[in-house]
Design a protein around this ligand. Structure first.
Ligand SMILES: [Zn+2]
Ligand SMILES: [Zn+2]
Length: 264
């Protein structure tokens, strides 16, 4: 297990009360906001410190709520650690009898990498070998919450199996990969959306007043608006080419008529 101790990630507070009796086992949690899959490992310790600040400074708890936290890169951060009562389950008996491990996964993350699942499993095995009961639950098994999110909960219900080497090598089918890439691209486009060219009449982007550039109907420069505007631009060009061809044909006919008149 790649353990990062409480001191090593720069914890600013202690580890909380020690009166846990973890006969239940381990409850799995997630962070639940944002997208954490893309942050580099160099930022994971800061993410853990911000959770600690929120739990202690914001919520007024004795320490970060979880006994351990796990990042996408397969590292296990020691929170309250072994022998300390957790504060994450939302019920007194949950905190008394169950350890808590939190995956650094947000509600916007569509990919749960095998390295993260393996590290959550590492943490569970580590706690089991040191007194935790055999149970594995999701936070939502204790009270009503989305935690630990759909994909992680499905995995928890299967008994949190360690991902096989084969799955490491080939975690997704072609179709699944395409779907993920599409969804991720859409999120980036939405997140990075900027006003479309032509939204501002003063920029002179659309002197002909073409319909594709109506800012009320098409205010952002996302994937769909790029496609729509490109197609509408092509239709305009196509019409102009048709008109030009018709003009040339008409002129040619006139010239032919003139020539024919001269020969007469
Ligand atoms: Zn939770
Ligand atoms: Zn990390």
């Amino acid at each position: 297990m790649k353990l990062i101790t409480h001191a090593a990630w720069g914890a600013r507070y202690g580890k909380g009360p020690t009166n846990i009796t973890p006969s239940g086992g381990v409850a799995v949690h997630y962070v639940g906001v944002g997208r954490l899959a893309t942050i580099p490992h160099s930022k994971c310790a800061a993410r853990v410190r911000s959770i600690e600040s929120q739990h202690v400074g914001g919520n007024g708890w004795a320490a970060i709520a979880y006994n351990f936290l796990v990042c996408h890169h397969g590292y296990v951060f020691e929170g309250r650690g072994l022998g300390h009562r957790s504060a994450a389950q939302g019920t007194n008996s949950g905190n008394q009898y169950w350890y808590a491990v939190c995956a650094l996964v947000g509600d916007g993350d569509t990919i749960i990498p095998p390295a993260l699942l393996a590290a959550v499993r590492d943490a569970i095995d580590y706690m089991r070998a040191r007194g935790a009961g055999r149970g594995i639950k999701g936070h939502r098994d204790f009270h009503s919450t989305s935690c630990p999110g759909g994909p992680l909960y499905v995995w928890v219900r299967k008994g949190a199996p360690r991902p096989s080497k084969q799955e490491d090598d080939m975690p997704f089918t072609e179709a699944q990969l395409r779907k993920i890439v599409r969804e991720e691209a859409e999120k980036v486009m939405t997140a990075d959306a900027v006003p479309a060219p032509g939204s501002n009449p003063a920029d002179g982007f659309d002197p002909d007043g073409n319909p594709g550039f109506d800012p009320a109907k098409n205010p952002t420069w996302g994937r769909d608006s790029v496609r729509k505007q490109t197609i509408q631009g092509l239709i305009v060009v196509d019409k102009k080419v048709d008109q030009l061809a018709a003009d040339v044909r008409a002129e040619l006919a006139e010239v032919k008529a003139l020539l024919a008149a001269k020969e007469d």
